[in-house]
Ligand binder design. Structure first.
Ligand code: PLP
Length: 406
């Protein structure tokens, strides 16, 4: 008898998103003439920048010719892309990350979801609340979460991110082993200061813990005081791994390319307390289970670092940030408090009551979809996330409709 992994039966969160889909479908059925505007999703709407498309096309053409065709590439990624990342994302900001500490992949979702495989089943896991659901669900699947009771898993340490701590949780008093941090945060849009990140790094060093730092929204940081990378913090190179993606930066959500940085100085421990290099462990996992990102995709990603590519990406980011400012200004003028915006594509709105009620109200009265905060963790109640990833006209129209409706 083929038995299932019963930990999968403990998964909860898809419930919220299917409920949203059902509610939207019901509304659309009853109001076929209303053009529903979705400000719920975290997917980009602008096309790939022209210089990236050109390089992409050239690389596809290379694959069609005998002299330049390539078969399997290195599982860790082509050197040209790893070098470009090391130079432009790290060296340019005063950090030393060598190209061989960078692993290219087809997405941060996959990398961060797969990464927990490297750790013992009984490591103590801390997850922001609210946060991107992949961190939690992959640990549930792996059997680390315990039982689901009253909206929480008994085996997970939730780091409550609330208005009181400006949505940036401080390290707890007790020791934990695997800590997921995400800044700028999805869904709250909150960013962590240098001091706040330094507290986490000190904590990880004290407890021989590991920080998994998700920097998928790093490109949205505008404030020069906010660190773009955990490796800007002294000592982080021994206790942290960083995940970055071309998805939200360069419009690669459908093209798929991301990268994970594992400094060689990061270690994990076996049952006898002996140290093992995390880099070697991930390299083993990655080269066993992954066969590399397509060559044209890696060339397209590399084009993001040319002077033209940088300018085009900055324009894309500014476009969404301007959407975010429009949303914030409208929502604030209606009397709601919100975070995010200046350094993030998400606006986290305090609804002052049930997130579902707010959702229902603006769907039924305005035909606009947002995401109830509960979908990202229990502390998300009383909030909704509004995404700035949409076209300007739709964002403006959505805001007009919400204003009229409320
Ligand atoms: N990390 C966070 C915090 C995200 O919000 C998302 C996507 O929404 C991802 C990672 C996924 O990135 P990728 O498209 O590279 O898989």
């Amino acid at each position: 008898m083929i038995r299932m992994n019963e930990h999968f039966r403990k998964l909860q969160s898809s419930y919220l998103f299917s409920e949203i889909a059902q509610k939207v479908a019901a509304f659309q059925g009853a109001n076929p003439d209303t053009n529903v505007i979705k400000l719920g999703i975290g997917d980009v709407t602008r096309p790939l920048p022209p210089s990236i498309v050109t390089r992409f096309q050239e690389a596809v053409a290379e694959m069609g010719s005998y002299g330049s065709f390539r078969g399997y590439g290195p599982e860790q990624g082509y050197t040209f892309l790893r070098e470009a990342i090391a130079t432009h994302d790290f060296e340019a900001r005063g950090m030393t990350i060598t190209p061989d500490e960078i692993f290219i992949s087809d997405g941060t979702k996959c990398d961060i979801g797969n990464f927990q495989e490297l750790f013992a089943e009984d490591v103590r896991v801390a997850i922001g609340d609210p946060v991107y659901p992949v961190y939690l669900d992959t640990n549930v699947m792996a059997g680390r979460a315990g039982e689901y009771q009253h909206g929480r898993y008994t085996g997970i340490h939730y780091l409550a991110s609330t208005a009181e701590n400006r949505y940036v949780p401080a390290p707890p008093d007790q020791p934990l082993d695997l800590i997921y941090l995400c800044f700028p945060n999805n869904p709250t849009g909150a960013t962590a200061s240098r001091t706040e990140l330094a507290e986490w790094v000190a904590y990880a060093r004290r407890h021989r813990a590991l920080i998994l730092f998700d920097a998928a929204y790093e490109a949205f940081i505008q404030d020069p005081e906010i660190p773009h990378s955990i490796f800007e913090i002294e000592g982080a190179g021994e206790v942290a791994v960083e995940f970055r993606s071309f998805s939200k930066t360069a419009g690669f959500t459908g093209t798929r390319c991301a990268y994970t940085i594992i400094p060689k100085a990061v270690h994990v421990y076996d049952g006898n307390g002996e140290r093992h290099g995390l880099h070697a462990l991930w390299n083993r996992r990655h080269s066993t289970k992954f066969n590399g990102v397509a060559y044209p995709v890696q060339r397209a990603a590399e084009a993001r670092y040319s002077e033209t590519g940088k300018r085009e990406v900055a324009e894309l980011v500014s476009y969404y940030l301007e959407n975010a400012r429009i949303i914030r200004s409208e929502v604030s003028s209606m009397g709601y408090r919100c975070t995010g915006v200046d350094n993030s594509p998400y606006i986290w709105v305090q609804t002052g009551g049930s997130a579902w009620e707010f959702f229902d109200q603006i769907l039924s009265r305005a035909g606009v979809v947002v995401t109830p905060g509960l979908g990202f963790g229990p502390s998300g109640e009383g909030h909704v996330r509004i995404s700035a990833f949409n076209d300007r006209e739709k964002v403006s129209e959505a805001m007009q409709r919400i204003r009229a409706a409320l």
